[in-house]
Design a protein around this ligand. Sequence first.
Ligand SMILES: Cc1ncc(COP(=O)(O)O)c(C=O)c1O
Length: 395
Amino acid sequence: MSEDLRTAEPPAPLPGTGELFTLDRAVVHLNHGSYGAVPVPVQQEQQRLRTEQELDPDGFFADLPHRVAAARARLAAELGTDPAHLALLANVTEAVSVALDTVPLAPGDRILVTDHGYGAVTEAVRRRAAEAGAEVHTVRVPLTAPDEEAVRAAVLAAAGGRTVLAVLDQLSSPTARRVAGPALLAALRERGVTTVVDGAHAPGVLASPVEPDADFWFGNLHKWAFAPRATGVLAVRPEWAARVRPLMVSWEHHRGFPANVEWRGTYDCTPWLAAPAGFDLLHRLGPARVRRHNEQLAAHGAAVLADRLGLEPLPATPGVPMRALRLPAGVGATDEAAVAVMAELWRRHAVRTVVRPWPGGGVLRLSAQLYNRPQEYGVLAAGLAQVLGRAGLRV
Ligand SMILES: Cc1ncc(COP(=O)(O)O)c(C=O)c1O
């Protein structure tokens, strides 16, 4: 184990954050990265908006396009992009389908994805490829690839021939690492490859998450930007805006992007309208302080698992509030086995965390958010020691 892991001191809790969330205290929540947890002031703002909606639905819906535009403008400023090229939608799952429906593909074209990609996104790529007669090529990025440069080299080595599209994570879900950074995106652009960047985890984590070189970039605000769930964002480069093909057609269709993507009839837009309250909270707390706290706590959690169980921490990306560790050979290597490890940690130890299958041995990802405390990673370590012990491994 490296020296920096053994000495990964946990951060002090940020003052005033103890009562910010309504999570069940009987549960050890080490999986903020999947579904987030909505802070109380943001829950209250969304409830206020819902109450307003119920007082006068006609008035609420009549004003909605203007209010959505105002929320979009504020969110675009927070994300460092132009509101004319940003649409609000439900989530990343929706955004990837919009992007894939928009990019023209011909039989024989090649689409790159990596083995660190999110399963649902890769499913969408496969369906689109099958419809177009295109080929999907999965770039294998070694779990131990040391840094962004090594990832870039692996992707670019596969980007030849008829490669027309690359669908890449900005921060990967199972391995919590940077895949599509500015240098890789610029290099793909130079080669004429269209890029679709899954930034699900980037808002609230990266100071300026929208990648200007990405043809399509999307993210979720409910993970690390303190927004309610169902707050996805899709940013497109200007040259794509007029060509975007919304998944459904409604009243604002003739207005073009972004309203044509956002408007979908009678829909609950209160998550979008409440999303700015998440950024308000982040600013009150201090975005840099929140990021530092969460990154340090995640590093501490990884050090606890490495120290007590001898697990191998995978390379970390600076600033990311999640860490991934390799489970011992044979543990969690298949879908069923990974689900069984998560279920056992939950049922016997009330711990929520993520294990994803990987050939040879699964990958465990832990998260750190303001509500987490250092001792919770000790609970995870103790629970995991029992899981591994029952699997016949000595830890
Ligand atoms: C990298 C990545 N992409 C896509 C998604 C899908 O997000 P959603 O289910 O909100 O559409 C997730 C969810 O955790 C993710 O981590």
